[in-house]
Design a protein around this ligand. Structure first.
Ligand code: NAD
Length: 414
């Protein structure tokens, strides 16, 4: 196992520019030295060049080589870890290619575009003895870690029974992952064959990862979706219309039930409520800041606070900031160092550190491909439910028994 992990970044678009590159720099500045960025690769060589420059300016003695061809990069640099940030339709083939070349993979969410391709990736990882660590930053943030602790460990709300999320906003404020009404129709996000789906799949992956983290695996879903904000011309330009309004009912294996209702096509609206009820209390998270339908328990107050409260039926109340403080006080030094390494509380920084340490020490990553496949199957159960108009069991989607929505996508990527 390498002392210093050789890392290559493949796909240097938005998420690398805004999050991965700054977080490598931040980790290095905090004194984390267990990695070396050896290459950056993008078919758009200028984009790769710009990221290489940012990294060299931000990290001492860092000079990643720029490539436009991943196969060439893998052959010449032999990285230990590829940080893969490609469009969804390329995740499975590129991940397998990296593993075949001897690299482990830190893979941007979602795992891939269908359950079938996800299983192929997992089988390849086992055969090649390579790790796929999934980049899901939201569940690693202090707010979500604290809520998870309150529910699963500290028993602060008793047995969780029900949750409800409502979020509505006007079409002007475009949430991350939602196709831009003004975008060219041929971008990969507006084509479900390349993206796997619309917002439920894209930023929605964060939502599904988080609720599975809180409540465990989902038993079944019943979903409806609509595209409200669309002209006939735009609809014609899409392979399938992407949803902008969704209503999903869940039953979890644990017995928890819940509903997720959101739209980004309600004029003048900007409200968000996430309530988790249990036998001894409830957690309320309520505000009107941007994009919270997928990303919640983040700092959303103007003062950097996490808006909301935990209320117990015995009369005890605490703000969500107090909950986070209580959670962090409960951690041992070793736990604090594992959950917030080098004091990092940025989800991307933690996931990058976690993947590098998993390669360096041979331990499992915090979120692996099997976990990602269950999240993906829950998302696909929603699309299958929307497609067939029935309630769908997630296990049937995992077993490949329900796959009508996914069949054309699999056919394209066979
Ligand atoms: N975790 C998050 O919050 C978050 C946020 C945004 C995006 N993402 C994920 O990151 C991934 C990338 O999204 P993005 O928004 O950066 O997309 P993007 O379109 O901005 O960037 C993708 C990049 O991949 C490059 N590319 C395409 N084909 C390639 C190939 N064959 N070889 C090398 N490079 C190639 C493109 O030129 C582009 O620069 C997706 O999986 C997305 O879901 C995650």
């Amino acid at each position: 196992m390498p002392d210093r992990v050789k890392v290559a970044i493949v796909g240097t678009g938005t998420v690398v520019r805004n999050n991965h590159a700054p977080q490598y720099i931040d980790l290095a500045k905090r004194g984390y030295k267990n990695f070396e960025l050896v290459a950056v690769c993008d078919i758009n060589e200028a984009a790769a060049q710009a990221i290489a420059q940012t990294l060299s300016q931000g990290i001492e003695s860092c000079a990643p080589k720029v490539y436009a061809d991943m196969a060439k990069m893998l052959k010449e640099q032999k990285p230990d870890l590829v940080d893969q940030c490609l469009p969804h339709g390329l995740h499975h083939k590129a991940t397998i290619e990296c593993m075949e070349a001897g690299a482990h993979v830190l893979l941007e969410k979602p795992l891939t575009i269908t359950v079938k391709t996800g299983k192929t990736m997992i089988e390849a990882g086992k055969r090649l003895k390579k790790m796929i660590a999934l980049a899901v930053p939201q569940r690693r943030l202090p707010g979500q870690r604290a809520v998870c602790w309150a529910i699963r460990e500290a028993n602060l709300i008793g047995r969780p029974t029900i949750f409800t999320i409502t979020r509505h906003e006007g079409p002007a404020g475009r949430a991350a992952g939602v196709p831009n009404p003004n975008a060219k129709p041929d971008t990969w996000r507006s084509d479900s064959i390349n993206s796997g789906g619309g917002p439920i799949m894209d930023s929605g992956f964060h939502f599904f990862d988080s609720v599975r983290h809180f409540f465990g695996d989902v038993e079944s879903v019943s979903a409806f979706a609509a595209r409200v904000d669309i002209t006939p011309e735009k609809a014609k330009a899409m392979t399938r219309p992407m949803e902008d309004s969704v209503s999903v009912n869940f039953r979890f294996q644990s017995g928890v039930i819940g509903s997720w209702n959101w739209s980004r096509a309600v004029p003048q609206a900007k409200e968000m409520l996430f309530m988790i009820g249990g036998t001894e209390g409830a957690i309320y998270h309520q505000h009107n800041s941007f994009a919270a339908v997928f990303h919640f328990f983040n700092a959303a107050g103007k003062d950097g606070s996490i808006p909301g409260e935990l209320r117990r039926y015995n009369g005890e109340r605490m703000t969500l900031d107090e909950l986070v403080a209580r959670f962090r006080q409960s951690l041992t030094k070793e736990q604090e160092a594992a959950l917030f390494p080098y004091g990092v509380t940025h989800g991307f920084g933690v996931e990058i550190w976690d993947a590098i340490e998993a390669v360096r020490t041979g331990r499992a990553p915090e979120v692996d491909a099997e976990d990602g496949l269950k999240t993906l199957a829950t998302i696909m159960a929603c699309y299958e439910s929307i497609h067939c108009g029935l309630s769908v069991r997630v296990q049937d989607v995992l077993d490949g028994k329900v796959r009508q929505y996914q069949d054309p996508i699999d056919a394209r990527w066979a």
